[in-house]
Design a protein around this ligand. Sequence first.
Ligand SMILES: Cc1cc2nc3c(=O)[nH]c(=O)nc-3n(C[C@H](O)[C@H](O)[C@H](O)COP(=O)(O)OP(=O)(O)OC[C@H]3O[C@@H](n4cnc5c(N)ncnc54)[C@H](O)[C@@H]3O)c2cc1C
Length: 613
Amino acid sequence: MTIPRSSSHTKILRQVEDVQDEYDYVIVGGGTAGLTVADRLTESGEYTVLVIERGLFGNDSSVNNVSGGSQAYQNSSLSFNFPSVPQVNLGNRVTGVVGGVMLGGSSGVNGMQVHRPQKADIDRWGSYFGPCSEWNWDNLLPYFRKSWRLHPPTPEMVEQFNIKYDTSYWGGEDDGGIHASFPTFHWPFMRAQMDAFADIEGIEFPVDSGAGDPGAFWYPASFEPTQVRRSFAMSEYWAGKGNARDNYETILGHRVVRVLFEDEEAVGVEYVDSNSRDTSQARTVRARKEVIIAAGTIYTPQVLQASGIGPRPVLERAGIDVLVDLPGVGANFQDHPLGAQALFYFTNWNFSPNPSDLQSNATFRALAEAEFAANRTGPLMIASGNAAAFLPFPVVAPERFEAIAAAYEAQDPAAYLHEGADETVVAGYQAQKSRLADALRSMDAANYNLFIRGSQMEGSVVYLHPLSRGTIEINATDPYFGTPVVDYRALSNPADIDIQVEFIRFTRRYFTETRLAQYGPIEFSPGAQVTSDEALRQAVRSQVSPTTFHPVGTAAMMPRELGGVVDENLLVYGVEKLSVIDASIQPELPGAYTQQPVYAVAEKAADLIKERA
Ligand SMILES: Cc1cc2nc3c(=O)[nH]c(=O)nc-3n(C[C@H](O)[C@H](O)[C@H](O)COP(=O)(O)OP(=O)(O)OC[C@H]3O[C@@H](n4cnc5c(N)ncnc54)[C@H](O)[C@@H]3O)c2cc1C
């Protein structure tokens, strides 16, 4: 492991014996949120912080290369990938549960797409606490600015592709935070694809991808624009800040097993080498002020449950003493389903260059590599993509949205939750249900996301506000070291099928009833002959994957009587001096991918912690 000691602002502890007995804050997980919070808590020099990260330092080309987006998630030394519970509504298919295990966590393996939730998403989060909640768009916007510095597109790209942007929604190029940059090259067909959205009634083109409005827009990617390297929690919040701070230490390759309590007060954690399979060599470290769990949506519930905080039946099955019966831990699990789409192949199409040239045209590939090596420009600057539509459901299904929303609204809230869901979890879902039914009717919330890639075959779709809820439970036979039991419960709410059927229908409209029709689109999948409701439902069941690697919700920031796990200050109910700061606190998925809100929430959380210090 080569670690650039001189360029990080933390002391990396080479051996576990160097960990001190006590710090002000102990952070469980040096991922996206954990490193952001650690940076902010240590910058004044007033507080001591230890970060315990299960993974190691990853800085190879699979992490840093931008071209093609996520690569490191396929590198088993930098990520986890274990099977979900078979998904009964998907013909018992099993899905890989994936995330980053490295310094920087999932920000080191993600696809680098940078888009921001809608205003309505953030306002909805706060609404569970009433109209006076500070969790709303206006209050979070400064933290979005603080965590992202925009490098605008070049004037040539703006002109050629009609890219809209507004720097007022971002931090400046010389500010801190994660770099949000635009490539200096895009595939030519993308202009026509974006313009085609203007042919459909109701589709807006917001002033900026960060303005909090749905519509069709261009957005940046998380890379540093000079070297064109991934920009992520490790590179911006942990490294590159000059001398190491005396008050900030990081231990890698160690895993927190559980939080330690004296009465109901969190006083530290027990941790082991990440390769350990038992606690015989476990060590402890104390936290004077707070233990902060930032282990991510999949592992935060495991740490909480292993510490005796979770649904009583789950803890008892695993033989864990119940400290706080908190039914929401591991409930309310959500991820963006992928794949309810109609894939189209253009037959009257000769756009050149196009993305397949990078794979099939050796001359083009060689030229692209030479250009990138010489100037850091060209097609190899493109990560996972920079343009998409994020559309409200009334635009997608103008004739069906009201009936689908009304049917969903009329559901018994308990009917489609997991068996034995606690009454507080049911009450929380009821509260979500009324708001999400309104969102289905709203022009301010995006529900359908279509990628734009500039290829001859197009049509990938992500579902932004699924209504089914899954669970994550500690492994009853091996609670501390076994992988958690992850059940997406995909399509358990039948409304998710009805909504995604409309996604397929809308995608067909986009390809065949707009100016894209001139390029001879032929439906490749599920096939133009698939038209009846039942056939389309079957297509959804067979095509959908329950994850786009954006899990949230398993330690939801909601009132305790609504199944919440943390309060508005991100403190865990029923105990003291224990907080959660990562994607798991998002009560519902945003209508965008999840990295922007994770960073913004972590920035805000650091201020909340300093206020109560
Ligand atoms: C493959 C992939 C592609 C993605 N693409 C995009 C994208 O293009 N755009 C976007 O906006 N979002 C994307 N995301 C989602 C986004 O990256 C995540 O939502 C975000 O990074 C999650 O941050 P987090 O802090 O909650 O968790 P993480 O960043 O995952 O951090 C959790 C950390 O905790 C550590 N940990 C876990 N358990 C323990 C323990 N017991 N003790 C010590 N350490 C522990 C883990 O090793 C990890 O480092 C993607 C995610 C993945 C996995």
